[in-house]
Write a protein that binds this ligand. Structure first.
Ligand code: SF4
Length: 440
């Protein structure tokens, strides 16, 4: 049977569409997920690539064109974009930089206008900055808005699932590198599958499910040793810094190298939160019976249905390690940060910390950029939250591109997590035992 049988009709961008003939660069917030996201754009007929890997030059350029007041993710994304613009042969008239935006209470909404202004000052006025708003369902992409929204949601959920499977497997692999290989082969498979999937949404979903099933087999063929009981560390915090391994200096791998297993909050959690917030605000504005509310409800329902179909592939593997619905997290956060008065990632971080404590985590780490408003507020809450859940260690790690002895701090933190494990009230769900075989 051919690998990709759902290739009946491809989407193409019409000649009069503003994105026709353009090349979009997408900030590489989360490795793997960004590749899959770009595949969705290519599926729509738009050339798209992740920004190249961040490095010292990224920080040099980011530092040169920011004043120091900006958040660290702004510095990293800006540095990566300018690095592209500096390349010989850069075609500014064909280039589009994607920089999402939002209407939250913090500086995130300033990133895109700042980038636009800087590009003009640097002599690249023709470069477009595409700033779709999650709140508006990406309608800025025009008639492709709903296909893009649905395709990218499926891509991001699938990327999240593959990352979760990676983190559940890698700490236990017998041969270093085999889980990473399974992961990257699966990302490549998923990208090809999405890029060549057909425009019928049922066909596309079936093709993605098949790709995830192949991924599951790859992971299941990794030879593991799960006789060691590793501390389970939840990872919450600001979405970019949490998921961008360059920004957080690969904190998850450092934790794994020192014996931990990590459970990191995913991208879908944030998108579900923005959907819920949109509905809450419409209700506050007495627009419960409005076209916007209907759109918002339909979007959430469709996304939920797609998510369930994709999660089903890994249902057995993630039993007891399920991602909670966003409303549940808000409920858990309510005693500390009631959502009628506070909004933003701090609500999700606090709610998830409580959830993780009740699901047997041995500790929680909050990764945030230095001076991040969300990180600062959460940090003020954590001592009380920790007391309420029996003393689970919760620690903020802030990042701004400067060096410190991170491995030493991780080691000290894990000692606390190990001693908490001896007295914690909630034990973690048992790992699913499986037959170990060598990696394919
Ligand atoms: S969440 Fe934090 S890092 Fe991100 S824009 Fe807001 S304040 Fe800055």
């Amino acid at each position: 049977m051919p690998l990709f049988r759902h290739t009946c009709v491809r989407k193409t961008v019409p000649r009069d569409h503003p994105l026709y003939g353009k090349v979009i660069y997408v900030p590489a917030m989360a490795e793997g997920s960004v590749e899959v996201f770009c595949a969705v754009l290519r599926w729509m007929g738009i050339e798209a690539f992740p920004t190249p890997p961040s490095d010292d030059r990224t920080l040099e350029l980011g530092g040169k064109f920011t004043s120091g007041d900006e958040c660290y993710p702004a510095k990293v994304t800006l540095g990566d974009f300018v690095k592209i613009a500096e390349k010989p042969g850069f075609d500014s008239a064909r280039t589009v930089f994607l920089m999402a935006t939002g209407e939250g209470p913090c500086r995130f909404g300033q990133y895109a206008p700042f980038l636009k202004k800087l590009l003009v000052e640097l002599g690249y006025p023709l470069v477009d900055v595409l700033s779709p708003k999650t709140e508006h369902g990406y309608s800025e992409i025009g008639e492709f808005g709903s296909a893009f929204l649905r395709g990218s949601w499926r891509a991001l959920v699938s990327g999240d699932l593959l990352r979760k499977k990676l983190l559940r497997t890698r700490p236990y692999e017998r041969t270093p590198g085999t889980t990473d290989r399974a992961y990257w082969d699966s990302i490549d498979d998923l990208c090809r599958c999405i890029e060549h999937s057909c425009s019928d949404h049922r066909c596309q979903l079936a093709a993605i499910v098949e790709s995830l099933e192949r991924a599951r087999l790859r992971f299941e063929s990794v030879l593991i040793d799960d006789s060691i009981d590793r501390p389970l560390i939840g990872v919450v915090g600001e979405i970019f810094c949490r998921l961008n391994s360059f920004s957080n200096r690969d904190l998850v791998r450092r934790l794994e190298r020192q014996g931990a297993e990590c459970w990191i909050s995913d991208i879908a959690e944030w998108i579900a939160y923005t959907n819920d917030e949109e509905a809450r605000k419409l209700r506050l504005e007495r627009r419960t019976f409005s076209a916007e509310m209907l759109k918002c409800i339909l979007r959430s329902r469709i996304q939920h249905r797609d998510e369930e179909a994709l999660m089903e592939v890994f249902a057995e593997d993630f039993q007891g390690y399920d991602e909670p619905p966003c409303a549940h997290l808000m409920e858990l956060a309510r005693p500390y940060l009631p959502n009628h008065g506070v909004e933003g990632e701090m609500v999700m971080s606090v709610g998830k910390a409580v959830y993780l404590a009740r699901h047997g985590a041995d500790g929680v780490i909050d990764i945030s950029p230095f001076t991040c408003m969300n990180g600062i507020v959460s940090e003020a809450i954590y001592p009380r939250l920790s007391r309420d859940v029996g003393g689970m260690p919760i620690r903020n790690f802030y990042f701004d591109g400067t060096q410190s002895d991170l491995d030493r701090d991780v080691g000290i933190y894990l000692e606390l997590a190990r001693s908490y494990r001896e007295k914690k009230q909630h034990s973690r769900p048992p790992r699913r035992r499986r037959k170990s075989t060598e990696a394919a």
